[in-house]
Design a binder for this molecule. Structure first.
Ligand SMILES: NC(=O)c1ccc[n+]([C@@H]2O[C@H](COP(=O)([O-])OP(=O)(O)OC[C@H]3O[C@@H](n4cnc5c(N)ncnc54)[C@H](O)[C@@H]3O)[C@@H](O)[C@H]2O)c1
Length: 682
């Protein structure tokens, strides 16, 4: 059967052979056994819905085994035998280009060189799923190959509900992931309802088919480290000879050493999983590996002396690293942590004192004890970090729920009115209750005020021809557009423009493509619209051979409501609301997006965030030009308007500029109150 025929057949009529469990693939850890006997039966009943009755007896046993062994039903048998990667768009069967582009994106998200646990359909972040099982994948691809421009596919957490009649200008796909009734949106709810097969954690770009490999994160991390460096610079000096200590060499966290090298500092990154260390070292994303802490300290001292730009992995626990650098009195300039604390009880955080294997066993055999160990470890890690920051280290939360989980663990992550570190309990016994931790998140200090408030965010594109020459042409176009805009940009955004021009100039040389021919940069509304328009023209003229998919990370100015991350620099109380993300996706959907997505969870964890995004196919047509202008203007300015309403000054500046550019935009501006008026009231 050809690739096209396989896609078109969907769920096969003949049962495919069993697939061997490939030990060379990075598999998802076993999930917690959380279902009761009745619930397990329900999970199997749910899974069997996808298959003809004649297969039920065989499959029921097989799925029960998967459930027992892995904690989930992945339907391994149905994983296709063809190679999984983003093919040139015209190789996909189908009736419309937009649907073919979506298939291209889906296959990229499941490509073995892109995805973290490809056989469990997890793209990144430990649990960021494209689908819950292979049955859903097969059906979705079949629907996409059958879809016309007057239909829309409704995706419910990986499950394709079906094709519904719509119209040419409607999105071709509407994706929802993990949308729960709010009272059922706790971590254990995810475990349960995901095991039942009725919901999934889509992270941000996994469940919305917009992940483009590690490049996105390299860019974001480089911008973060560079700007963190600017924050601590006393005389405008760069990061040469300065030490950045962090942890995690996984899907996103693995970008830290490479970004540290681009930003020009010494990076030391702890990682407990030898496989993850090996992957990043063999990819040359981290320069050196140490397993012995004494040797590591000697190496760091030498690197500091020589002001080397070098990245070093410590194969071991982050807590040991922080403690050792304290006892050896090694000064850390920048500190962070990127373990997966959005998923602390199921393999996101490995407690100190246990080996990697011991932890993997304990989290399944005795989840309650494992939780205690994690919390104890977090308390120790925070104590060590506090000792460093007392000496001047600038520590920031890297959007992984480090502060949140540390506070829940009873760590000394608060400061009392005298400036002493303490935990929440001590703070409340002093009658000094506060929601503010001793440290800020990277969005509060860096990304929020410097980027998001001005509309700068992670704009990305994918050349569906898969031709690297097309990508090279788009890099050149984007660079020219940004350089032109920069000539007349206000001072407030000159630094961002300069950083991104430098990034795009070095993009080819930095060899960032893994998987599809994709690129990312940070741009504001004007930049995004002008770049997109120039791409559309290049397709129209035939300079670029095939359609381009536009998109972005949900981690953006408007995409995400997340009180401890994307919207952590909002201080009017609305950081605990999710209107912006919902408004954004609804607004994108009727302004021309090819697909839209809205997710619960993503980054900081289930129940902690609502995030959304879009994909848009540019095909060189007039319609595409209209859509990009209408949708991108809204997609960015929605978030700026809200940030302005929250009294963020950068956003008030940016939205006033947007109103001048487009007089049809009329946004409510906040009136500021003098503190003296408020202080007399209570
Ligand atoms: N890079 C970014 O810009 C960014 C942005 C926002 C959020 N995040 C968050 O960062 C976290 C990490 O993402 P990821 O995709 O890399 O996840 P991941 O699970 O692939 O990687 C985390 C790594 O941390 C390691 N680890 C866990 N506990 C450890 C410990 N105590 N000591 C040393 N290593 C330990 C794990 O072995 C794993 O390899 C997530 O919570 C994600 O949401 C990253």
């Amino acid at each position: 059967m050809t690739f096209q025929e396989e896609i078109k057949q969907g769920i096969p009529e003949v049962l495919p052979g069993l697939k061997a469990y490939d030990e060379n693939i990075n598999h998802a850890p076993k999930r917690k056994d959380i279902l009761s006997k009745e619930e397990k039966e329900l999970a199997i009943r749910n899974a069997l819905r996808y298959f003809d009755k004649k297969f039920h007896e065989v499959l029921a046993k097989e799925f029960a085994e998967e459930l027992e062994k892995y904690g989930r039903i992945y339907m391994y048998r149905f994983r296709p035998s063809y190679k999984m990667f983003a093919r040139p768009i015209q190789e996909y069967p189908g009736k419309c280009n937009q649907a073919k582009a979506i298939m291209h994106m889906i296959q990229n998200n499941l490509n073995e060189i892109v995805a973290q646990h490809p056989h469990e359909l997890i793209t990144y972040g430990g649990n960021g799923a494209v689908f819950q099982n292979w049955g859903q994948y097969l059906l979705t691809m079949q629907y996409l190959s059958d879809m016309t421009e007057s239909q829309t596919l409704a995706m419910y957490s990986g499950h394709p509900m079906g094709l519904f009649p719509s119209h040419k200008n409607a999105p071709r796909v509407v994706v929802t992931n993990g949308m729960m009734i709010p009272n059922y949106s706790k971590q254990e709810d995810w475990e349960k309802y995901n095991a039942l097969g009725v919901t999934q954690y889509g992270q941000m770009t996994a469940g919305s088919y917009m992940y483009i490999g590690p490049q996105g994160i390299v860019h974001g991390t480089t911008i973060t480290v560079l700007n963190a460096g600017r924050k601590i610079a006393k005389h405008g000096e760069n990061l040469a000879g300065k030490l950045f200590v962090t942890s995690g060499l996984g899907g996103m966290s693995g970008a830290q050493p490479k970004a540290g090298n681009i930003a020009g500092c010494i990076t030391v990154c702890a990682e407990v999983n030898p496989k993850a260390v090996h992957t990043r070292h063999s990819q040359k994303w981290v320069d050196e590996v140490f397993v012995n802490l004494d040797d590591l300290v000697t190496r760091i001292k030498k690197a500091k002396e020589n002001k080397e730009v070098v990245s070093i992995a410590y194969q071991g626990n982050a807590v040991e690293l922080w403690e050792k650098l304290e006892t050896e009195n090694v000064y850390i300039n920048l500190g962070s942590d990127q373990t997966s604390l959005h998923n602390p009880w199921a393999g996101g955080y490995y407690p100190v004192g246990l080996t990697f294997e011991e932890s993997n066993k304990l989290m399944v055999d005795n989840p309650a004890l494992f939780k205690e160990k994690v919390q104890e470890s977090l308390r120790r890690q925070v104590d060590a970090i506090n000792k460093h920051t007392a000496k001047g280290t600038y520590f920031f939360d890297y959007g992984n729920a480090f502060l949140l989980e540390s506070s829940r663990a009873g760590a000394a992550i608060y400061k009392d009115s005298k400036g002493d570190f303490c935990n929440k309990e001590t703070l409340s016994s002093l009658g000094e209750e506060t929601e503010r931790w001793a440290y800020h998140s990277y969005v509060q200090d860096i990304m929020g005020p410097m980027c998001f408030d001005y509309g700068f965010g992670p704009f990305r594109w994918v050349c569906t021809s898969t031709d690297p020459i097309d990508l090279e042409k788009t890099d050149k176009i984007a660079c020219e557009v940004l350089e032109e805009i920069k000539k007349n940009s206000p001072n407030e955004i000159q630094q961002q423009m300069a950083d991104n021009i430098q990034w795009i100039k070095g993009a080819q040389e930095n060899n960032l493509v893994v998987g599809s021919q994709a690129r990312i940069l940070y741009a504001d509304a004007e930049g995004r619209m002008k770049i997109a328009e120039a791409f559309n023209n290049a397709i129209k003229n035939g300079d670029i051979t095939e359609s381009i998919v536009l998109g972005r990370d949900h981690h953006d100015v408007s995409g995400t409501d997340s009180p401890f991350r994307e919207t952590s620099n909002i201080y009017d109380g609305s950081q605990f609301t999710a209107d912006m993300a919902i408004q954004n996706v609804i607004g994108d959907s009727f302004r021309g997006a090819t697909w839209v997505s809205i997710h619960n969870g993503g980054g900081v964890g289930w129940g902690e965030v609502i995030n959304g995004g879009f994909g848009m196919v540019l095909d060189g047509s007039i319609e595409a030009e209209k859509r990009l202008k209408s949708m991108l203007f809204w997609d960015v300015n929605n978030g700026i308007a809200r940030r302005n309403w929250a009294r963020n000054e950068g956003s008030t500046f940016a939205i006033k500029r947007a109103m001048e550019i487009n007089p049809e935009l009329k946004v409510t501006l906040p009136n500021k109150v003098d503190d003296s008026i408020l202080h007399q009231l209570f």
